[in-house]
Design a protein around this ligand. Sequence first.
Ligand SMILES: NC(=O)c1ccc[n+]([C@@H]2O[C@H](COP(=O)([O-])OP(=O)(O)OC[C@H]3O[C@@H](n4cnc5c(N)ncnc54)[C@H](OP(=O)(O)O)[C@@H]3O)[C@@H](O)[C@H]2O)c1
Length: 503
Amino acid sequence: MSAAADENPLAEGLRLRRRPDPCILVIFGASGDLTEKKLMPALYALAFRHLLPEHFGIVGAARTEETDDEFRERMKQAVKDHARDEFKDEIWEPLAEGMRYSTLDFADDKGEDALVETLTKLDAERQTQGNRVYYFAVPPSAIATLVAEIAERRSAEGWIRLIIEKPFGHDLESARALTAEINEHFTESEVFRIDHYLGKETVQNMLALRFANGIFEPIWNRQFIDHVQITVAESIGIEGRAGYYESAGAVRDIFQNHLLQLVAITAMEPPIDFTADSVRNEKVKVLKSLHTPGPKHVVRGQYGRGFVEGEEVRAYREEEGVAAGSETDTFVAAKLFVDNWRWADTPFYVRMGKRLARRETTIAIQFKRAPHPPFEDGAAEGLRPNVLLIHVQPNEGISLAIGAKVPGQGMTIRTVHMDFLYGGAFREGLPDAYERLILDAMLGDATLFTRSDEIEEQWALVDAMVAMWQRDKTSFPNYAAGTWGPAAADELVHKDGRSWRRH
Ligand SMILES: NC(=O)c1ccc[n+]([C@@H]2O[C@H](COP(=O)([O-])OP(=O)(O)OC[C@H]3O[C@@H](n4cnc5c(N)ncnc54)[C@H](OP(=O)(O)O)[C@@H]3O)[C@@H](O)[C@H]2O)c1
């Protein structure tokens, strides 16, 4: 526990988590970006807070040749570069002692044998009882092969959990096929599909806000809410990942997973308890009741040249590895409807894209206007409707826009904001999503992971949108980098007499 948490009474709950069983975490893709930037820093943060199992080991595996010592040294540097806590030898050394590396090509059986040998030895040394968490930080095409290999070499001892990165499939058919292949060997309770947005504190706080407070739920419906706006905006481009992005586009990269999960969490009914199945049962009902937006309710975009944070950036079609005439979307906006009693006719306007003006993920719940403000003409001119704004990132927090009287003579009303900022209230820095998710998987708690039926509903919607786009005549590029997307995205909202939240 850090010093800040020790003296912070609000961090009390952090101490109540039980410790996972002894286990070894096997990372496939240990030479990759995700391992260096996210997984290893998250493991260090867990070690820093004494949340890892007492008997624990880490085995990295990838094609790159590396010795155990080289692997440890590279991971040490990754922690120094990317961890949120200061580097301390007394935290690092015990963690590094249990680290091994195994060179492995998925296509090759020899590597698998060596990995099993490493695991067996480490098991004996670290008393990890045959328990394994396998993290698949590898290209999606490798997953089925690896899963079959793991199943074939499964020992009688211990439990197995599989953490699978997104994307899970690239359409409904491939996602179903992958689930079927995994289910040949493992049960759903052994599979943890990551959507790292669900590990974010602010996303979980949406559940706390809605279900721990008596005041929001009674007004969380079509009678009081005019509409919902969800924005997932990135200012970065594709960061050298053209190979992946050209076949995915914005719709598969973010819309299919993070964005639809935010819709589900915003719109879901209260679960009867906070177990994995109860929460996921409610989310899947929302995803099932989303109806496919027609062509007039969807806008696709692709960025051209422009300026982001004062710097000139190139067009998507000029990025390395992107085809000169690429039709890939880097932006999607849509008007979605959740067809149930709570939400019928309440639009959920959603937008997401790359090279937008600013990095921002927000959920804005816009309430209906007061029915009859009893003020003189002009007194409430500057007053906007109440908005509950959840800042998922950055500046994590919640803000409520309300009307208040301007001090002085007479009655003039303006909009002001009541703000709750995580940094201010809890003092301790927010954990990274991966910390929470790795720990939950070790504990066998799948509440914050996506179940196969959720993934399938998400793909069904995206497949229908993509099929509709075959007839789409939008010419690209249609927005300049550094703006908020194509003009048609504004039009989508303006034609309903509304506008995107001011930036
Ligand atoms: N980076 C992120 O923030 C992020 C976010 C969400 C999801 N993801 C997903 O997570 C996965 C990993 O991402 P990444 O950014 O770490 O990718 P990456 O940097 O390209 O790393 C891929 C890893 O897979 C290994 N690999 C590939 N083919 C292999 C083979 N035949 N045998 C053994 N190892 C093989 C590579 O090892 P060698 O190079 O040594 O062969 C490397 O360690 C991807 O599926 C990605 O979609 C990443």
